[in-house]
Design a protein around this ligand. Sequence first.
Ligand code: GLN
Length: 568
Amino acid sequence: MPTKYIIVTGGVASSLGKGIICASLGRLLIARGLRVTIQKLDPYINVDPGTMNPYEHGEVYVTDDGAETDLDLGHYERFLDERMSQKNNVTTGRIYFDVITKERRGDYLGKTVQVIPHITDEIKSHVLKLGNSEDYDVVLVEVGGTVGDIEGLPYIEAMRQLRYEVGRQNTLSIHLTLVPYLAAAGELKTKPTQHSVKTISEIGLSPDIIVCRSEHKLDTGIRRKIAQFCNVEVADVIESLDASSIYEVPLLMQREGLDERVIEKLGLPCKNADLKRWTEFVDRVKYPKHTVRIALVGKYVEHHDAYKSICEALIHGGAMNNTRVEIAWVHSDKLGDISAGDNDSFAPLLDADAILVAPGFGDRGINGKFAAIRYARENKVPFFGICLGMQCAVIEFARHVAGMEGAHSTEMDVNTPYPVIDLMSEQKDVEKMGGTMRLGKYRCRLAEGSKAFEAYGAQEIEERHRHRYEVNNELRDQLEEHGLLCSGINPEKNLVEIVELPNHPWFVGVQFHPELKSTVYTPHPLFVKFVGEALKYAQQKVAAKSGEGSWDRSGDGSDLHSEENIGR
Ligand code: GLN
């Protein structure tokens, strides 16, 4: 069977949830036994989102092969339970970079290099690379941006050409639009959809299926109207209502018959979709037995997309514990000094059942992170530090437990007397030439009996990285002597990947980004454990309040903590 290509475009407005629709359709097709991948075509001129501001672009999603990609790839992995790679994300910057490199090399033999055919050919070659790999029955291509945008035109043109090159019967065009509700008129409006479909049809990619994002149900009249004006059958008008959880969208799409229409139109021989496991997961998310509050301490907290994968991994970990995780967003900039009596700024932490200190770059808000970590360490509140969060935990420990006054990371303070976080010597020369990061998948060996080992239930794991600095091996002994356990080590370079405190119920810091590997079907073990510990903490708190039991938070059997010194 030749590979089928499903091209998904969006119109009317941005942020309609094209990525989730693609991921949901992908999940439905996989559930029918097909081999599916998704490719995102991004119309911006950055070569990749690696250098883009998290406020503007949200999180940078890193794949196993170290590609820095759009956060939609995170949705693809979480829904499909399939690994993405550099091949799955193409930007205009990348396309032009490749074309200009070829031009400089003389590959075009003196021809005038133009958008058509050279840029469009390059776009097609990226799509076909996935399609021709023989690894997939279906390649879903999500075209970023909104139809009508100037920068999106070469992509649409390339997809138009692709349809003829691989055969129309092997391709399908799905268009996602908005059907707004005008409260004053009490009506859903189809005109924006008509216009958007007209625009995309004019440039040669008329939709076979129209997915309508709407806050209200589309009645038969509306569906008929859209079908009639947009050249599709009524059954090809798919309603996409707002869902309480993104994980419900595959189920809603199945109910609307999206996958049914797709397989019929593409003539795909496949079984019915089995979504039993998915439905169970959604039920756990929607009807949890417990709730915990987790404080997420970071510096981009106004923009939740900057921590997308962490939020999703907390949902996955929560589902495994039948627990809803409420996130208390805590701006590290705003955390004062609790030891100086600044309790107000700490209120969200005092209220939390666990504390997560997020990844990040640069020193803004760094003292707030140390303060949050100190609070978690001293009060035995479950703590999870990720990347910069782990580095901060090491610094805090060095300063306040190991007696290394002024300890810091050389990222923030090059003159620190104790550079507990530093560049590796081999990196220092590279750094002068522009700097590189440790990106993508690395091995990590776990210490038996550690909390990490207990969570993973394995001796060796692989996790994804995106950072420049490392725990300084020259000061490691000094940290370990004072009780810091380096429980995960990269065997190739002898780098510290995980630290923990054995005399604390759950204090774990990881140099890598575990959130990137958490999926619906494979929730990340550290997140499962972390939420589990938060739940335990919350339940002990309740029990202590009602005087039912002693509150042992020590992790070594001694009952150190009372209601008062937790600050409630
Ligand atoms: N800024 C730190 C480093 O480069 C941590 C990066 C991160 O948290 N992703 O090492």
